[in-house]
Design a protein around this ligand. Structure first.
Ligand code: HDE
Length: 677
């Protein structure tokens, strides 16, 4: 664990308790003499009500659970720090964005949306990316997703969307999946969802790692500077390792082999010192330019193409400490898009406006009352004073007789602060209009940006989209819903609609498609950063491996930050040709090809028939998932036997140093889509 200390860490320290080595007590501090037997009337008699220790232990246990989040229930979090690269003074007065060198403590929770708290992590879904900045001016929460747009335009439809995507109420099936009738019925009948559905059917919805996905604030917010000048702003997190995904078959298998795949990856990386890093980016538009775009800036189903409105990279976040206790921190953390600091303000995006209500409301039921801000993980690092009092679980002991404003008995304190003293003032936007339940006409184009997304995909990504639609709608039972969805997406791309219509047995549409030709290269993961760092390579080896060669190759890979793990038929140590040893980390039984980024087939003279069978299955699976494969000696012959040699991303037959360099490059490429599988 990192030894990094910051103000939040110091604050949390006063609440940490280590029980190890202590005497067992009740919650009243009374030492307990016996913890295995309840108090009975005779050895075989009934338990007595007066057994306060039993009662307390059982009562606490009975109350250990709180309601899980209605959405984003399955999540995992870590602590870290944020530092701005250059002052953002020109654009915002937000204190934490002023000084390079000042490190603001952060707490980030990643999540899936639809699944229950115990569901698998590699399901097809959007991912939550919620960041709490513990700034000196109070907590600022950037509660975003890994997808820059949302399914709906108005918060009033959120309960409908979530009811449709959650397991169907009559049989509570399926868990953590959108491949069912009610979700697709919702999509077809609420066509504003088209753009986000393109993203959730794309590889973005099956990230390789929380460390390798982008984050987006989604809504348009406002930056306001010291002079009161405002600009529209969208927030981005860009992962330093690039944006990478799993393949769908692999993701489904991981759900069974390791339902904790993403949290394990995050936890282990932090423990290893491979701290996940993300750069903060902002897109800004001047208020004067509000109406110069072919979409409405307030519409949360629209993104701002990065080629038109560049993302200015302004700082970096590093996650460097795992939590001590998942319940106390990750489960009890309470995010809220309404937790803002001076210099950051809202817009009239009707989705954002509704969220500003929902998040406090949900914490009241989830955390049991209005004092959740006092929980250690939620406390700001700056002091807070007001006239709020009492309620369930109140910790603060407010002294004095005055709990109201205005007063004379306490000299009218706590007193509101003027802006120059840090008081938050809302941006004075001029608003007028009739009270109506309506949607602006400028929100009506649902297909152009969905088409922009399609146009921006590589051939492989387009195929993945067709496959994902074919999978999801292949699980839908209602033919009418299937047909409606085909009709709907024929407005986006005829190629897409025809592709999956064919697969699900619906008459493919003959006409349609958006006329848009524009594309945005930033949307394709083909154009993301490529790095071999922290990639996991399964090394399949047995006794009698070529020591010198393997030693050289593994050292070269490790120098690039690649993490080789030895897999064999049994645990223990393998002996190489010169007597050197390799420690086996996994057997074919305890791991699986889907849990690695690449495979290196080493072999060994001791490898028998059974070993060869297991190794072949492992390699075959890696091959069909387009993963880099390297092989030397026996390994090379295994690949030849399976006709993999010479395929893209399959590295064989070089001197060790050349092999290591070529294999590293293949690993950095992530996947090799142009392979014949
Ligand atoms: Fe959320 N959302 N949401 N959401 N959301 C919640 O708040 C809600 C939306 C997001 O790790 C809930 O504390 C409404 C968009 C994240 O603890 C709840 C609407 C985006 C998390 C809620 C939205 C998000 C939540 C459930 C439509 C991306 C997890 C538990 C108006 C910008 C935070 C909780 C964590 C959680 C409501 C739409 C992101 C019920 C009403 C858009 C990352 O309050």
């Amino acid at each position: 664990m990192s030894l990094v200390k910051n103000r939040k860490d110091e604050q949390l320290e006063q609440y940490r308790v280590k029980d190890e080595g202590e005497k067992l007590t009740t919650n009243q501090g009374l030492k307990v003499a016996e913890d295995e037997f309840s108090l009975k009337a005779g050895e075989r008699g009934p338990t007595l009500l007066e057994d306060f220790h039993f009662r307390e232990k059982m009562t606490h246990f009975d109350h250990e659970r709180i309601p899980e989040r209605i959405v984003h229930a399955r999540g995992f979090a870590a602590h870290g720090e944020f530092e701005v690269y250059e002052s953002m003074k020109e654009y915002t007065r937000a204190g934490f964005l002023q000084d390079p060198g000042v490190k603001t403590p952060v707490f980030v929770r990643f999540s899936t949306v639809a699944g229950s708290r115990g569901s698998a992590e590699t399901v097809r879904d959007a991912r939550g990316f919620a960041t709490k900045f513990y700034t000196e001016e109070g907590n600022y929460d950037l509660v975003g997703n890994n997808i820059p747009v949302f399914f709906i335009q108005d918060a009033i439809k959120f309960p409908d969307l979530i009811h449709a995507v959650k397991p169907e109420p009559h049989n509570e099936i399926p868990q953590a999946a959108s491949a069912h009738d009610t979700f697709w019925d919702f999509v077809a009948n609420n066509q504003e969802s088209a753009h986000m559905v393109m993203w959730t059917m794309s590889d973005r919805a099956i990230p390789r790692s929380f460390r390798m996905m982008e984050g987006f604030g989604v809504h348009t917010f406002r930056f306001v500077n010291e002079e009161g000048k405002a600009r529209f702003v969208k927030f981005h997190w860009k992962p330093v390792l690039g944006t990478h995904s799993l393949v769908w078959d692999e993701a489904q298998k991981i759900s069974g082999k390791d339902p904790d795949f993403h949290r394990r990856d995050l936890f282990d990386s932090i423990e290893n010192g491979d701290y996940p890093e993300y750069e903060l980016g902002v897109q800004m538009i001047d208020e004067e330019d509000e109406f110069t775009f072919d979409f409405d800036l307030l519409d949360p189903t629209k993104l701002w193409p990065e080629e038109d409105i560049p993302v200015k990279i302004v700082g970096k976040m590093t996650l460097n400490r795992n939590v001590d206790n998942v319940f106390a921190e990750t489960e009890q953390v309470a995010f809220h898009p309404g937790h803002v600091v001076p210099g950051i303000d809202f817009t009239n995006d009707p989705l954002l406006q509704g969220r500003l209500f929902s998040y406090t409301d949900t914490q009241l039921i989830r955390l049991g009352g209005p004092n959740f801000h006092e929980l250690p993980i939620n406390r700001p690092v700056c002091p807070f004073f007001n006239n709020q009092r009492d309620g369930y679980g109140r910790h603060t002991i407010n002294k004095g007789q005055v709990a109201y404003h205005k007063n004379s008995l306490a000299a009218n304190t706590p007193a509101p602060a003027r802006p120059e003293e840090g008081g938050y003032t809302h941006y004075q936007e001029r608003v007028e209009g009739y009270k109506v339940r309506a949607r602006s006409d400028s929100f009506r184009d649902h297909f152009s940006q969905a088409a922009l997304f399609w146009n921006s995909m590589s051939e492989a990504e387009k195929q993945h989209l067709i496959d994902a639609f074919s999978f999801e709608l292949g699980k839908v039972e209602s033919e009418s819903v299937q047909k409606q969805v085909v009709d709907m997406f024929s407005n986006v791309s005829l190629e897409l609609a025809q592709g999956f219509a064919e697969a699900i047995g619906v008459e493919p549409p003959q006409a349609g498609g958006a006329s848009l030709e524009k594309s945005s290269p930033a949307l394709s993961q083909e154009n993301t950063k490529k790095s071999p760092a922290t990639r996991k390579v399964g090394v399949i080896a047995d006794d009698g491996f070529n020591s010198e060669e393997v030693g050289e190759i593994l050292t070269a890979l490790q120098k690039e930050g690649i993490q080789p793990e030895i897999i064999s038929s049994k645990l223990g140590k393998l002996k190489g040709t010169d007597g050197s040893e390799l420690k086996v980390k996994h057997t074919f039984l305890t791991c699986d090809s889907v849990l690695f980024d690449a495979v290196y087939a080493v072999g060994g003279k001791g490898a028998g028939k059974r070993f060869y069978k297991d190794a072949s299955a492992f390699l075959q699976e890696a091959f069909t998932h387009f993963k880099p494969i390297g092989a030397t000696h026996e390994g090379e012959r295994w690949l030849e036997a399976q006709e993999m040699t010479g395929e893209p991303g399959v590295i064989t037959g070089h001197a060790p140093d050349e092999f290591a360099a070529a294999f590293t490059e293949a690993i950095a490429a992530h996947r090799h889509w142009n392979r014949a599988v």
